[in-house]
Ligand binder design. Structure first.
Ligand SMILES: [Fe+2]
Length: 259
């Protein structure tokens, strides 16, 4: 499997603090069935978290060497999780942002409260520059929970959605879980990722359990598209498949309600 979203690089953001922790995360990834991981350290315009592309690429190279020496069968690729901000398109133009594994895919982090004014313009500008945007974990954004109709606008702009595995297990609380399941049922989740930060709280160890929940909700075929097929297509720089509205789990009693 491929993880498109991981804070595995050491000492660069709030992810792995040390190289030892990165190694432990690599071992967890291998144990959970992952062979490729895209390192996506935070890039937050206007803050101290604005790693240079060269720093990320160097960190990835070093980590791959260590994994090889230690016999950890996980290959790491360079990427960034870029916080949603009006400055993103300009920063991309300046060559300061790193796409996912050298592809045209750019991971944009959904804010936790609400999207900034003019967010549609940001996505339009990025598309005009040849980027394919993946919006990371919008299920964690409070505004979307209140106004789910915004997702229609996001999807119509050609933006892809990545949900976190842990969101389906209540890892971020019930409201986030409900939004994640709602997105799933709408067919608005294109890919799944772990957003791993460490080896204790946010790591790849619960992926199998989350996939059971997802499979029961929308069916194994859709789960396969989100978990395996689309991440492969990202790395191959191809358009993503649309899992479609969840219907295969239609017989299952819906214990949750969005409103
Ligand atoms: Fe993240």
């Amino acid at each position: 499997m491929i993880d498109l979203h991981s804070h595995i690089l050491p000492g660069i953001d709030d992810g792995a603090a040390t190289l030892e922790q990165s190694v432990e995360m690599g071992e967890l990834y291998a144990g959970a069935g992952f062979s490729r991981v895209v390192a996506t350290p935070h890039f937050v315009p206007g803050t101290a978290w604005m790693p240079g592309k060269d720093i990320v690429e160097w960190g990835v190279e070093e980590l791959n060497e260590v994994f090889e020496q230690k016999g950890i069968g996980v290959k790491v690729f360079a990427g960034m999780e870029i916080a949603m901000d009006g400055a993103i398109a300009g920063l991309f133009e300046q060559g300061r942002l790193c796409g996912l594994a050298g592809t045209s895919y750019v991971m944009v982090e959904a804010p936790f409260q609400q999207m900034p004014v003019g967010w549609e313009q940001v996505f339009t500008e990025l598309s005009a520059k040849g980027c394919r945007v993946i919006l990371a974990h919008p299920e964690r954004c409070a505004q979307f929970k209140q106004y789910p109709v915004l997702f229609d606008d996001i999807i119509s702009l050609g933006v892809y959605v990545q949900a976190n595995y842990d969101s389906f297990l209540g890892g971020y609380g019930r409201p986030v879980e409900e939004t994640a399941l709602w997105l799933l049922e709408k067919g608005y989740v294109h890919c799944l990722a772990t957003d791993s930060h460490d080896t204790v709280y946010r790591h790849p160890g619960r992926v199998k359990k989350a996939l059971e929940v997802i499979g029961k909700t929308v069916g194994k075929e859709a789960a396969e598209i989100m978990a395996r097929i689309n991440p492969e297509r990202v790395l191959a720089d191809r358009n993503l498949k649309v899992p479609g509205p969840g219907s295969q789990g239609a017989g299952k009693k819906k214990w949750w309600k969005f409103f």
